[in-house]
Design a protein around this ligand. Structure first.
Ligand code: PEP
Length: 254
């Protein structure tokens, strides 16, 4: 089964107009590399300028509200993201699940709103350190995915072409710690089986990304694991010099 390879950067709360040169450098180099789709999920305030700076290159958001519009101070809906020039969004990142108390039901609603509007979605799941130590990480993350995946019309419209899943162990994000390749492989195989259970044969085409302290130095080893179809990259996506070697490793593995 050949799946599209995807390497997406998550800039989190980093980046102003002064950083658009990095966006340009990443987009120009990525567009010359075949076999892998590259995207940057920038802060909401930068989406419009980034999309204008690199026409045709996928610029994404880091969150979306599930409602079409309304009294939701500070939130941003799908139509606004489209209007700004975004073509995708992350949903369910652990930093939002934690700091904004987003539960699986709200992550599902966000993914459904995004897919119904035509945005692509990177849906994040992952276990805490304590859950990994408990030996129940696979069970817990599988249940999290089951409860967060889009259903109904959104799934019909978005799966498999516009949905990707990112397995991001919380304890690996920004820490320099990475699970063993065996543990990554075990988790990705389990998530693949949940995608089959949810979507039948279409589940085979949904990319599953790994995220958590991916760097130039470990990317090739991670991309060699079965069922790893790319990466969601935080800190190492901020500079072209750090990010492009990761993209090259994905292209080499494609
Ligand atoms: C992330 O926050 O999605 C992430 C993977 O971060 P980092 O690469 O910095 O661990």
């Amino acid at each position: 089964m050949t799946r599209r390879k995807l390497v997406a950067g998550n800039w989190k709360m980093h980046g102003t107009a002064a950083d658009l040169d990095e966006v340009r450098a990443i987009a120009e180099a990525a567009q010359r590399m075949g076999g892998v789709i590259v995207a940057l999920c920038v802060p909401a305030t930068l989406i419009h300028r980034a999309a204008e700076a690199v026409p045709g290159f996928p610029i994404g958001a880091q969150d979306i509200h599930s409602a079409e519009k309304g009294a939701h101070t500070g939130d941003i809906c799908a139509a606004m993201l489209h209007d700004a020039g975004a073509s995708l969004t992350i949903v369910g990142h652990s930093e939002r699940r934690d700091a904004h108390r987003e539960d699986d039901a709200s992550v599902r609603a966000k993914s459904e709103a995004a897919l119904c509007s035509g945005l692509q979605v990177i849906l994040c799941v992952g276990e805490s350190d304590a859950e990994r130590v408990s030996g129940k990480a696979v069970e817990i993350v599988s249940a999290q995915l089951d409860a967060s995946l889009p259903h109904g019309a959104a799934a019909d419209r978005g799966v498999p072409d516009r949905l990707a899943v990112a397995y991001e162990p919380i304890w690996a994000i920004g820490t320099g710690k990475v699970p063993s390749t065996q543990d990554i492989g075990e988790m990705h195989a389990a998530l693949r089986s949940r995608l089959h259970a949810a979507y039948g044969s279409a589940g085979a085409s949904v990319p599953i990304l790994y995220g958590g302290s991916v760097k130039a130095t470990n990317a090739a080893e991670i991309f060699a694991v079965a069922d790893v179809d790319g990466a969601l990259v935080g800190g190492a996506s901020l500079k072209a010099a750090d990010f492009l070697p990761i993209v090259e490793a994905a292209a080499a593995a494609a």
